[in-house]
Design a protein around this ligand. Structure first.
Ligand SMILES: Cc1cc2nc3c(=O)[nH]c(=O)nc-3n(C[C@H](O)[C@H](O)[C@H](O)COP(=O)(O)OP(=O)(O)OC[C@H]3O[C@@H](n4cnc5c(N)ncnc54)[C@H](O)[C@@H]3O)c2cc1C
Length: 229
């Protein structure tokens, strides 16, 4: 019998199936497959968000929600480990989402500074603007390499895969936030308007620093691995 509530779930009420980590003993957890139509399962209101508005988010609520034994996935006491292991796969996905936002924002900014003329000169000709573009492009490429390295480690089940996944998620999301913010700046006033894509990218970038474990949590995971404690 499942009772409780999990806040902020992506695709809640739209997905048919939910993987639910639930207590199976004082210190043990199991993972259960719960179907949308199961009695006792309901959903909260759709949240109104700063960004990623194309992706629905709501609470998932369990009230005396009964699921059959066969819905238990694997060992009834190993749920925590299963979820922890899965994060090595899902965190690089958020890193990839962040990297895509960063690249998209820089591409849009480059297009804009080449088109926009100020006092008879292309914005792209200003040395300070070129410096910003050089920095952002370098940080994006560094993110890409770290992300690919983390994917390789996860794919090959390397011992440091989980740490690399956290590093990639942390680094790519910070770069996405920085690049999106700077890309708004490179657009001047136009960047603040919804007419240009960088305004949305700046709002979308923020969530990548928060979900699938915040940046602070990724730092703790990396530090724990470095300190071997
Ligand atoms: C749009 C959206 C979609 C989401 N989708 C899903 C989903 O599909 N599935 C799912 O399971 N979750 C989902 N989440 C939840 C998301 O993963 C959490 O919101 C996120 O991990 C942060 O947890 P929290 O909100 O409880 O923040 P809190 O834990 O309350 O954190 C508040 C602040 O404290 C900091 N903090 C917390 N603990 C520590 C610590 N030990 N040391 C230092 N700082 C700390 C945090 O970094 C943060 O800055 C989603 C959230 C949003 C907003």
């Amino acid at each position: 019998m499942l009772n409780g509530q999990k806040r902020y779930i992506t695709n809640a009420s739209r997905s048919d199936w939910y993987s639910v980590l639930a207590r199976t003993g004082e210190n043990s957890f199991g993972v259960f497959a719960v179907h949308k139509s199961d009695p006792g399962l309901s959903f909260g209101k759709l949240e109104s968000k700063m960004g990623v508005r194309g992706s629905p988010t709501a609470d998932v609520i369990f009230e005396e929600c009964r699921v059959d034994d066969y819905r238990l996935l694997g060992d009834s006491k190993e749920g925590r480990q299963y979820i922890t292991d899965s994060l090595a796969y899902t965190r690089p996905l958020i890193g990839a989402q962040a990297l895509g936002i960063a690249q998209g924002a820089l591409d849009a900014a480059i297009k804009y500074v080449k088109e926009r003329e100020v006092f008879g000169q292309q914005v792209a000709r200003f040395q300070m603007i070129r410096g910003t573009i050089g920095d952002l492009a370098t940080e994006i490429e560094a993110s890409r390499q770290l992300l690919y390295r983390s994917c390789e480690a996860v794919e090959n089940k390397e011992p440091e895969a989980r740490t690399l996944a956290s590093m990639a998620k942390l680094f790519c999301s910070n770069v996405a936030m920085k690049v999106a913010t700077e890309s708004v700046q490179l657009h001047g006033g136009a960047g603040y308007l919804t007419d240009f894509p960088v305004e949305r990218m700046m709002r979308d970038a923020k969530i990548t620093q928060i979900y699938e474990g915040t940046s602070e949590i990724q730092k703790l995971i990396v530090a724990k691995a470095m300190l071997s404690d």
